[in-house]
Design a protein around this ligand. Sequence first.
Ligand code: FAD
Length: 488
Amino acid sequence: MEHFDVLIVGAGLSGIDAAYHLQKFCPGKTYVILEQRERIGGTWDLFRYPGIRSDSDMFTMGYSFRPWTHRNSISDGDAIRDYITDTACSEGIDRHIRFRHRIQRVAWSSAEARWTVEAIRKSDGESAKPVRMTCGFLFCCAGYYRYDAGYTPEFPGIDRFAGRIVHPQAWPEDLDYAGKRVVIIGSGATAVTLLPAMAKIAAHVVMLQRSPTYVVSLPARDAIANWLRRVLSLKWAYRLSRWKNIAYMMFVYQLAQRYPAWVKNGIIRKAQAELGSGYDVTTHFAPRYNPWEQRLCVVPDGDMFHAIRTGRASVVTDEIREFTANGIRLESGRGTPSGPRRHGHGTRAPNHGRGENERGWMRGRCRPDFGVQRSHDVGRAEPCRGLRLHQCLLDSESRLNLRLCVPAAEFPDRKGVRQVTPEPSGEKPIAPFVVGFNPGYIQRDAANWPKQGSKPPWRVHQNYVRDIISLKWSSVDSGGLKFSNPPA
Ligand SMILES: Cc1cc2nc3c(=O)[nH]c(=O)nc-3n(C[C@H](O)[C@H](O)[C@H](O)COP(=O)(O)OP(=O)(O)OC[C@H]3O[C@@H](n4cnc5c(N)ncnc54)[C@H](O)[C@@H]3O)c2cc1C
């Protein structure tokens, strides 16, 4: 059986980042990346719906070590996929990836201080073959939602609906919706992305939402970052743009925490200005929650507002009672949300891609999509520095967190030990993992989310600067971790 010092699950944004840092800080370690798909990119390779793009800027989402050089800071999915793939190839990481390996089970042996990983390898034209290997460290960079299928709620009468239903996670390449009438169900990031993209060629697009979301227009291009690139070296321009955007986001977040009513009014007033004084923003764009208590959606250059203004798209705020053969009946008693013409052959895209998929977060991030031999009640676990679960060496998606994992992978060597486990030693879980942020997908699964303790390293700061100090500059050995050797 092959053995590696480190096994990384997933060749998405995080997996490639983990490999980069591993190569840099632990050059002597052997590692492999097992990836179930046939390409690099994870999320940015899987999702192919029209308009797919990031909703945060790429200066903060990109790798710290590789400047983002595109003119658009809110970028389309293809450019992000290319960026991840180019990074992997130029750093020689691609040579360590084994594609079409789906991990099914991992088992930790305390007696041997190693993981046994069982995967299924599936190549074209070949039958599936089981593969087993062992590793000392397992970096779980498997993302936060289920890859096999997105979540689709049960709508009454959906079987009798004669139109086509499409999920954004499995967008058919040949889907022709030109000149057709489309209903997008949902109001999250995917819905606000799909609406302007589909409105370009569809007859009319209706976004049907149960409740409104904050929608904020931001420039797709970051003028300051593009200017910095002209006057400074690429590296320094990227660094400054990154910190500028981090500082700006922290400022906006703090503002929203301290003056929620003021920020709320500001966002709604901006939406009103975009849509015109006659538009009912109170019904469609004024959520019941405060900004940042749930997700805030960004639309580049106001593309969504533009599509609504031109009449190619509209928003309906109502609940679905049932599907009929030709459309959807709403709780308010209204018929099918209608655009300019009766629809019958429209594409319905139940869009639960982001919000509802994120119910699978626990499976992807903390309780991966494969079995772990020793069962853990994640709902009672406390994350060490926001990432490590009690006695379970799984690592989260964030590249920030990886800075802790990578030295941690090396650290046992320095201490002459072979295993390291988080040890809360009496620390009680006192608060949810994330405080003050309650979107539906967290509320529905609250019992299964890890809890945080009262003091470091069991406290989750939700503050980039404090997190970076904790993860990057404070010693791995500063408490909370137990270093040991397996029994002789
Ligand atoms: C439409 C959309 C837009 C988004 N926009 C943003 C944004 O603007 N900003 C932001 O911060 N985040 C955004 N996200 C979240 C996004 O998922 C993360 O930013 C980032 O791409 C996650 O990278 P990752 O490598 O952790 O996970 P993923 O991209 O999900 O990659 C995980 C990899 O692990 C592999 N894998 C999973 N299970 C197994 C297994 N059992 N065996 C082998 N391989 C496995 C998968 O095939 C995949 O390649 C968005 C997500 C979506 C869906």
